[in-house]
Ligand binder design. Structure first.
Ligand code: PLP
Length: 282
């Protein structure tokens, strides 16, 4: 494991952040989480493009070009020799005396964390998981990958306390996404996932999965979904960089389909694995 803060490699437990740091005081920053397979960052370019878009959306200037950030990411992988793991990138609006107004002439802070190991989700994938729905108490710009995640962590914690694996946000009667995952359902052989307006994050995994499904001639519909769609769905699944694809077998008290991970989940998981192998074995 290794970390990096503004041009300097540091230990993960090293106190490097100034107290008056805008990420700490205001949650004034954006981030990305990238998955390493066999030491290769999966969909690195897509993640860095999204980082740049998130930064732009909050008027934050990256301290380096995405190419330079990519080079740092790769150098850290080389340095640590991590095979299976993650790279976390965070950019904040810098270090300055606490003031809501943007500081002038202050460079943004860039920190990166390379971590060995990924969550083991064997049981979750064999048995499926239960999720709970919660009213979406987040802001109106959830398409930005902002580090302000208080509503997300509160909902996920509440779901966990009820024995759930993830919390799914409902807004205006529509099922949106999880606290750190996107949502797909399958109905009569058609995959459906919420449209990407400003109310959800357009997951890189979501985009990859849509591409994979279309490549296998599976119809995918980006549409508005409600709890009624969940209740008639044959399968439900959630997706993210760290969790890949996880089958959902229970939503609140509703048993999805057969109550077991479905055939489409198994197919998709195998196709996703092939995609990863292709990318990481070159
Ligand atoms: N939705 C939210 C709110 C997230 O925070 C995340 C990832 O952390 C996702 C969806 C999944 O995105 P990705 O597939 O890019 O990891």
């Amino acid at each position: 494991n290794l970390a990096y803060f503004n041009e300097r490699y540091v230990r993960l437990d090293e106190p490097v952040l100034p107290v008056e740091e805008r990420g700490l005081q205001f949650g004034d920053g954006v981030y990305e989480m990238i998955r390493l397979y066999r030491g290769v960052p999966f969909t690195l370019k897509e993640h860095l493009v999204r980082l740049e878009q998130s930064a732009q959306s909050v008027m934050l200037v990256l301290p380096k070009t995405v190419e330079e950030i990519a080079a740092v990411v790769l150098a850290g992988i080389e340095k640590t020799g991590i095979g299976e793991g993650t790279v976390y990138i965070q950019v904040t609006r810098g270090t300055a005396p606490r003031n809501h107004l943007f500081p002038e002439g202050v460079p943004s802070n860039l920190y990166i964390i390379w971590k060995e190991g990924v969550p083991v989700l064997e049981k979750e994938r064999t048995e499926g998981v239960r999720v709970f729905t919660f009213p979406d108490e987040r802001w109106n710009n959830c398409y930005i990958k902002s580090i302000c995640l208080l509503p997300n962590i509160l909902a996920k914690e509440k779901a966990r306390q009820k024995g759930g694996h993830e919390a799914i946000f409902i807004r205006d009667n529509e099922v949106k996404e999880g606290t750190s995952t996107n949502l797909f359902i399958v109905k009569d052989g058609v995959f459906k996932t919420p449209i990407t307006d400003q109310s959800i994050l357009n997951g890189i995994t979501r985009q990859k999965i849509i591409q994979i499904l279309k490549g296998h001639d599976i119809p995918v519909l980006e549409t508005r979904l409600t709890m009624e769609d969940i209740e008639v769905a044959d399968e439900v699944m959630i997706t993210s960089t760290t969790q890949e694809v996880v089958p959902v077998v229970k939503v609140n008290d509703w048993v999805v389909g057969s109550g077991k991970p479905g055939a489409y989940f198994l197919k998709l998981m195998a196709w996703f694995q092939m995609e990863v192998d292709l990318a990481s074995l070159g």
